[in-house]
Write a protein that binds this ligand. Structure first.
Ligand code: PSU
Ligand code: MN
Length: 304
């Protein structure tokens, strides 16, 4: 094991004993939800996972240490800190060397999960190709990480603030299978469906496990993206959401908000505009993704 990666005692033990482990990211805690919704969710996800006999491993960088599996105090710190870095791939070595703290994005969490020997990672939504990327070049490093690290990511798709068609094209270029769990359409985070088709509809976790195994056997470097629609009862109203989004896209331009600040800004503004409904939807979709992730984790260990 690379001695830069610090596993908690319980995560190390689970990995040593070949028990199922699921990685969780920390950008969603630091920059995705307001306090105290964020700490509540972080703890609930850990509880939900442990109750099913699967070990959760929240990933973050704390004082330069790359950490896999956090205690309550560390989770509180990430949830409360106003100035913790949003850490993507390029930030990991710098934060490590400078002994700074960072909440890891999908990209950074994938790399660290891979280095720790964790196959599965559950989150809310991934980053992708932004609208207007043909001039801004804003394409999330999450897509590169999906090409580079053989980790399966379970999410609710990507928000329609992204250019979903271009995001799909990049996933194809990079050789990342885009799977829809019990859906033909690519889920769009707060909405169950976008207008785009996934590459393959998947009916059950057994199929996903077979795909993960085949990806490993042929020695592919890439990860696999499993998308799960938000539960029906928590989906946002499409027309209302699209109106809010149109307004916020103009606001982004007016306030010159670009790059890594876009997603946290939008999440917090959508929360205000929907009077908290979006946070509730976000909580619901993450927990729902985790349910699917737990089933995959258990099945994966049964089969090996
Ligand atoms: N999408 C969400 N909520 C989030 C993110 C994405 O709905 O919190 C976070 C994830 O951590 C993701 C990151 O990896 O934003 C992508 O940021 P960027 O587009 O700057 O690469
Ligand atoms: Mn970006």
């Amino acid at each position: 094991m690379n001695n830069l990666i610090n596993l908690s005692k319980e995560v190390k033990e689970a990995l040593d004993k070949n028990r199922p482990v699921i990685a969780l990211e920390s950008t969603i805690i630091a920059h995705g939800f307001p306090y105290p919704d964020n700490i509540k969710l972080a703890k609930e996800l850990i509880k939900q996972t442990k109750e099913k006999g699967v070990m959760p491993a929240t990933v973050a960088i704390i004082d330069g240490k790359i950490r896999v599996g956090l205690n309550d105090k560390e989770l509180e710190y990430i949830a409360k800190s106003d100035n913790i870095h949003k850490a993507s791939l390029r930030d990991i070595p710098v934060l490590n060397a400078k002994k700074l703290s960072g909440a890891t994005t999908v990209a950074a969490t994938m790399q660290i999960a891979y280095l720790a020997g964790i196959d599965l990672f559950v989150t809310g939504g991934i980053g992708g190709v932004h609208r207007g990327a043909e001039s801004s070049f804003d394409i999330s490093a999450d897509l590169n990480a999906l090409a580079k690290f053989p980790v399966t990511v379970i999410c609710a798709g990507a928000k329609s603030v992204l250019d979903l068609a271009k995001t799909q094209e990049v996933l194809e270029t990079k050789g990342v299978p885009l799977l829809g769990y019990k859906t033909n359409k690519l889920p769009a985070f707060y909405l169950r469906e976008s207008e785009f088709d996934v590459d393959y509809r998947i009916e059950n976790v057994k199929e996903i496990v077979e795909i993960i195994k085949a990806n490993k056997i042929i020695n592919n470097s890439n990860g696999i993206l499993v998308t799960v629609p938000i539960p029906k009862e928590d989906e946002l109203d499409k027309v209302k959401y699209n109106n809010i989004l149109d307004k916020l896209l103009i606001e982004l331009k007016e306030k010159s908000i670009t790059g890594k600040k876009i997603t946290p800004y939008l999440l917090s503004r959508i929360n205000k505009e929907t009077k908290g409904e979006s946070v509730q939807a976000n909580v619901s979709l993450v927990k729902n993704n985790l349910k699917v992730g737990i089933d995959i984790a258990q099945k994966l260990k049964e089969e090996i």
